[in-house]
Write a protein that binds this ligand. Structure first.
Ligand code: NAD
Length: 468
């Protein structure tokens, strides 16, 4: 393993110095090799990854495999399968005015990149963007979250085994380290985290006009129409909300449910919770811990604030010693409660009764654009909600899956983010789609000055020809 440098400026300079050389040498086969090295280094550490994420926040090995490791293999596999096609220049038709030219769009690596990751899927969200960066031919500095030190150490090991630090490096630390990195003139910054820190990242990027991908969070609503299958809806909503103990950016944050099935959905959710996590979920190994005491106190504070203002708890307890909060359903929450304002990001789910779908669509539109939006019901309800709102993605009669789908771009809009990740979209995020236009026999010089009467006539002809 290579000795890892830690100084942000030194690392950036070493990576940036090789950008011109990499434009030529980091070709298809070199990128393929890099992706294969990454895969091998992960395969060699699967056990260590499961252990580290378990140590950081008690996540079950099954959940680690399914939500942290499988998506990375999928991302690498997808890149290996399609890289040649993604890299290939795409020819464009000249149209009538450009007749006599040949044009193409040639993806070129942006150059250097910085990847800042959050703690909630600490492995997947650090290495997923790296796959896209390498596929696109960029170098990368990864700053994992300081809140998952065991996972960050494994990430550093994986990278040190697979790469020289002048191609990929890991710098560990908190906001101060992130800010020292943000002072370097990276060509692209890929940030995953909260909207508040996203603004800091974008302001830093503005200093050098670095491009950014911002994968942010927010409150992702669910709408359950009167015609929905209550049991199926409960199954998907409970899984989506309580996996990773609700610490998931695309988790259902709150549910608008039609008044005619509100009580039935509450009952079905209670039954699902017991089936998934037993009668005392705080003792269930399937339920992850809350990441740290600060977030445990924040979440129990949100529940207390809601209950203090009249909400009722249909199910749910908390246990400070194990830092667990069992899946909690809140009824009768109101807009003035803290839980209705901030991203919950934990295993707590308010059910909100509605009678008129237009009001729900209005409330969704009054709030910042969500990262995900889920609808349960028939095609008419799904279409009304989908067409009447905007969000990063939409899931109909399911939750979470749009973020896992290999052929769907993943990203937010407005407050929930900018740009997209995964597969071809991820490749494009780290690429400049560069137009290259070559002259063969274009006749356009005929209209260069001086503007003789012949040019005048030609310009009028063109005006009519192109305009009609
Ligand atoms: P966060 O924004 O607090 O931290 C993310 C990263 O930014 C960390 O590496 C952290 O060290 C760094 N950071 C924190 N404060 C900083 C500062 N002042 N200056 C510079 N860097 C700073 O987010 P988090 O708590 O780790 O993650 C939770 C948030 O991330 C939620 O809002 C969630 O919805 C969102 N999220 C989004 C996605 C997505 O793909 N869209 C995925 C996971 C999480």
């Amino acid at each position: 393993m290579t000795e890892q440098p830690t100084d942000p400026a030194e690392i950036f300079d070493a990576q940036a110095a090789l950008v011109p050389d990499r434009r030529v040498s980091f070709d298809f086969s070199a990128r393929r090799d890099a992706l294969l090295r990454l895969k091998q280094a992960i395969i060699a550490r699967e056990g260590a990854i499961i252990e580290a994420i378990g140590a950081d926040f008690g996540k079950h090995p099954v959940e680690v495999r399914l939500t942290e490791i499988v998506p990375i293999y999928q991302e690498i596999g997808d890149a290996l399968r399609h890289l040649r096609r993604w890299m290939r220049p795409k020819r464009v038709m000249p149209g009538l005015t450009m007749f006599g030219t040949s044009g193409r769009i040639q993806p070129t690596p942006k150059g250097t990149s910085l990847i800042i990751a959050p703690w909630n899927f600490p492995f997947m969200l650090a290495l997923g963007p790296l796959v896209s960066a390498l596929a696109a031919g960029c170098s990368a500095v990864i700053k994992p979250s300081e809140m998952t030190p065991a996972t960050s150490a494994v990430i550093a090991d994986v990278i040190a085994e697979a790469f020289e630090p002048d191609l990929v490096a890991v710098v560990q630390g908190g906001p101060d380290v992130a800010n020292a990195l943000l002072e370097q003139p990276f060509d692209h910054i890929f940030f995953t985290g909260s909207p508040a820190v996203g603004k800091i990242v974008m302001a830093a990027a503005a200093k050098t006009l670095a491009s950014v991908t911002l994968e942010l969070g927010g409150k992702s609503p669910v709408v359950v129409g009167p015609e929905a299958n209550v049991h199926k809806a409960a199954k998907w909503i409970a899984w989506g909300r309580f996996i990773n103990a609700g610490q998931t950016c695309v988790a259902p944050d709150h549910v608008y449910v039609h008044e005619s099935i509100h009580d039935a959905l509450a009952d079905a959710l209670r039954a699902r919770i017991t089936k998934m996590y037993g009668t005392d979920p705080t003792q269930s190994p399937a339920l992850a811990k809350i990441i740290n005491p600060r977030h445990w106190a924040r979440l129990t504070g949100l529940i207390a604030d809601a209950e203090g203002k009249g909400a009722t708890r249909a199910i749910g307890t908390s246990d400070e010693a194990s830092r667990k909060i069992s899946p909690t359903i809140l009824l009768d929450t109101q807009p003035d409660m803290e839980i209705s304002r901030e991203e919950i990001f934990g295993p707590v789910l308010p059910l909100i009764k509605y009678s008129d779908l237009s009001d729900v669509i209005g409330q969704i539109n009054d709030a910042p654009h969500p990262l995900a939006l889920y609808v349960f019901g028939d095609a008419e309800t799904a279409d009304r909600v989908t067409n009447g709102t905007t969000s990063g993605s939409v899931g109909v009669n399911l939750t979470i899956l749009p973020v896992i789908h290999p052929n769907l771009p993943f990203g937010g809009v407005g407050n929930s983010g900018m740009g997209a990740a995964h597969g071809k979209a991820g490749f494009d995020a780290f690429s400049h789609l560069r137009p290259v236009l070559q002259n063969r026999f274009i006749a356009l010089p005929m209209i260069f000055p001086p503007y003789t009467s012949r040019v005048e006539k030609l310009s009028k002809f063109l005006l009519r020809f192109v305009g009609r």
